[in-house]
Design a protein around this ligand. Sequence first.
Ligand code: ZN
Length: 365
Amino acid sequence: MIIETLSCDICGQKEPYSINPIHEHPELELGGVPLNIWTPEYTFQTDQKLQIDNTKRGIKRFHQLLPIELDEKVCSNEGNTPLIRMGEFYLKDESSNPTGSFKDRGIAALVSEAYYHGIQKIAIPSTGNAAISLGYYCNRVGIETVVFIPVNTPAEKVRQIRKNSEIIIDLDLIESYEHFFRFCKENKEVQNGFPANNVAYIQGLKTTAYEIFMQLGNRVPDYVLVPVGSGGNMVGLYYGFKDLKEIGVTEKMPHLISVQIIGGDPITVGYETNQHKKLVVLKGLPNSKAEAIISDTCFNYFKILKILNETKGQAISVSDDDIDKIGSQDNLEYSSRAVFPVFNQLQKKLSPLGCVVLLGTGSNK
Ligand SMILES: [Zn+2]
């Protein structure tokens, strides 16, 4: 199975799949960073069966469902993470991925595609997890990496990134993004690996949905709560559950719930004020320890608002205080723990919720 075409969400134009799509909407760039505007189009060969190849490792087990090139040498043991029953909900614990976060699923796919296309060097801007993951996977096949990080990146993360990547330190994340995009334009031999709008990356993230379905005994949950930063994980999950419908193993979609931090929550603000056509860019972000899900805007903004509408989902924001009150699950990274207070809020409003899955996106290391 291959991606037949990429269809632009904004104007509907189609172009053949490429790892560097040409069509752009400069009016939707934020500081030189383009939004994710692509919907990949592909046709399943499978017939009402979720095909899993248990002779393979990692996300490659699902190669029959993923319309991208996955390489044995790149894929590690990413995915296959536990779904843990915790009283009234399940926790999908992504901290057991090779580098400790859900990003490994997407980055394994992104690096596989790059490797297949003969790319020798990949650059990304990052605050930590994506950079650690990129270095790990590229190192497996000898691809060089250069990572743009803000000066306040935690020392432990910098230490881990340095193991496999060249580091360029900028004043803050906005400067890192701008520097990164300038660098990619000036150095054509370097592949722009910006994950949030990378087609292969989002395909890799679909595997979380397949696993949840299998682990629930071939059942789609009623709700899935997803921490949202740049939004790739939410979009990947949505595509994954949609594939299950397409294949014919279910007719149901879960309600997808986006989780952000009050004040740094463009999705919640946009959803509550019905701004489906206009990108929300917030000013003056509050201080929060949940750095992965606090942002002035979202690179998957339009996609996620559509997803919330289509799945009759919700956008819910909480504060650091709300997270601190939960006071457990400290094996999960702080941003990820935001799903617990959101579950409590939902339960008060909508009980009984049925089968609920909370996404634990990474480990607290
Ligand atoms: Zn377009």
